[in-house]
Design a protein around this ligand. Structure first.
Ligand code: AMP
Length: 435
């Protein structure tokens, strides 16, 4: 029988690698808390219409990458419904914002999430069909200051801090403004017109994009197309005065905070809902999939989903890509996973001692020690070998030890062997651990 494997584009995360995942998540939670972001958890699947209306029908995500199915009605009271595994999380957060009337508090809502997303993309290094995002959104009624360029700058400054604290060096913040939705629509038409004569000289994908979604032409990576793209009108020239002023204020706040960035007039991003500020943090070590994270402002998204006016700004970072970057040797001292050995390995000398060993392990574990338990069927030599690989010490539990209540503890790092009364074992491990 053919063995079953994880589905193409999905993978298992195993220890010790999961240590690094947890460390990244813990750092993110710590940093977000400092900026007053609280956690939101939205469902992994949503009504398909949510993504069609927010991300946009014409985008790659909605037009070809979503995992969508028709959910059958199970009772007369239910209707069949088209459902989709979330390809991103901003739509879900804004849906929740509207559904729970979070805007009625009048406060800016600062929400973060950590979770899996699903896109049927061509798998490659750094690109999976189930991948993980850490993201955050600052959204609220205009009276809460949600439109302020300060919010954009705060989010960007927070991201620079987070990447620094994760120990990711060599990132680049690329920044642009796509203007209001009217500016963006105007530019789309300017581009469409300009592309009439240029597109026939470009790659087939660009020829298609020139008709379906002209902004996407700016994302083209084909080397021969680059000079043609540079010759196209730039979005900066289509921005209205308000968008220009907003962007200038974002840039000034970043300058004042000392957050480095470069301007990239081609950064328009794949999702339809972006307005004004758009950004990406890239990293050279990632190869073709070099975006660590992306985000921007989405001032009209809540209204597009039938909600109240609620401008917002947010980002999503690829957790898989953070892990790849850190594994590629970009670790600094603080973020390098320390080589933690277990506090003790308990070796029962005989199967009749297994139960007593479990009891001892239970006591130590409840006292907060990390302990592995051997099996009495092992010979002493095998126990030593197993213990030496993973633990700092081995605690021998034989018939004599059980009777006398005096345990033998061998410390591998120091090469010492000590007799310790059972009642003092926890204290012994604690002092020895502290040295
Ligand atoms: P996006 O929602 O497309 O703006 O993506 C935001 C971030 O999520 C990207 O910068 C990547 O780091 C990450 N990401 C997006 N798609 C994938 C994928 N298929 N596999 C792994 N990471 C991804």
């Amino acid at each position: 029988m053919a063995t079953l494997k994880a589905v193409r584009g999905t993978r298992d995360l195993l220890p010790p690698e999961t240590e690094l995942w947890n460390r990244i998540e813990a750092t993110a939670r710590r940093v977000f808390a400092r900026y007053n972001f609280g956690e939101i958890r939205t469902p992994i699947f949503e009504d398909t219409a949510l993504f069609a209306r927010s991300v946009g029908e014409e985008t790659d995500i909605v037009s070809k990458e979503m995992y969508t199915w028709e959910d059958r009605a199970r009772a007369q009271s239910e209707k069949a419904q088209s459902l989709t595994l979330r390809p991103e999380n901003t739509a879900g957060v804004v849906r929740a914002y509207i559904e729970h009337k979070l805007g009625e508090s009048g406060q800016l809502q600062k929400l973060y999430y950590i979770g899996p997303q699903f896109r049927r993309e061509r798998p490659q290094k750094g690109r999976y069909r189930q991948f993980w995002q850490i993201g955050a959104e600052a959204i609220g009624p205009p009276s809460s200051g949600s439109e302020s360029p300060l919010r954009d700058a705060e989010v960007l400054e927070m991201l620079a801090t987070l990447l620094d604290e994760l120990g990711i060096k060599g990132w680049t913040l690329e920044l642009n403004s796509v203007g209001s939705s009217a500016d963006r629509a105007r530019y789309n038409e300017v581009l469409r017109t300009a592309l009439v004569s240029v597109a026939p000289k470009m790659c087939v994908d660009c020829q298609r994009r020139a008709v379906t979604n002209p902004l996407r032409v700016l994302d083209c990576k084909v080397p021969e197309d680059q000079p043609l793209i540079e010759s196209l009108p730039k979005i900066g020239d289509s921005l209205g005065a308000e968008a220009k002023e907003h962007f200038a204020a974002v840039v000034a706040a970043l300058d004042s905070a000392g957050v480095p960035y470069i301007l990239n007039h081609r950064l328009v991003r794949g999702l339809d809902y972006y307005t004004r500020t758009t950004f990406e943090f890239t990293h050279g070590g990632l190869g073709a999939q070099n975006a660590l994270l992306g985000g921007g402002r989405y001032d009209g998204l809540s209204e597009a989903l039938g909600g109240p006016r609620a401008p917002g700004i947010g980002f999503a970072m690829g957790l898989d890509r953070l892990v790849l970057t850190l594994q590629a040797g970009d670790l600094n001292q603080e973020s390098a996973p320390p080589q933690v050995a277990l506090d003790a390995y308990i070796a029962p000398l005989g199967e009749n001692l297994n139960a007593a060993a479990l009891t001892l392990a239970r006591e130590l574990r409840r006292a907060g020690f990390n302990v592995e338990l051997g099996d009495g069927s092992f010979r002493l030599k095998k126990s030593f070998e197993a213990a030496d690989k993973i633990a700092r010490r081995i605690v021998i539990l034989g018939e004599d030890e059980l009777q006398s209540g005096i345990l033998t503890v061998k410390d591998f790092t120091r090469g010492t062997q000590t007799k310790v009364p059972r009642a003092e074992l926890a204290a012994f491990l604690a002092t020895a651990a502290g040295e």
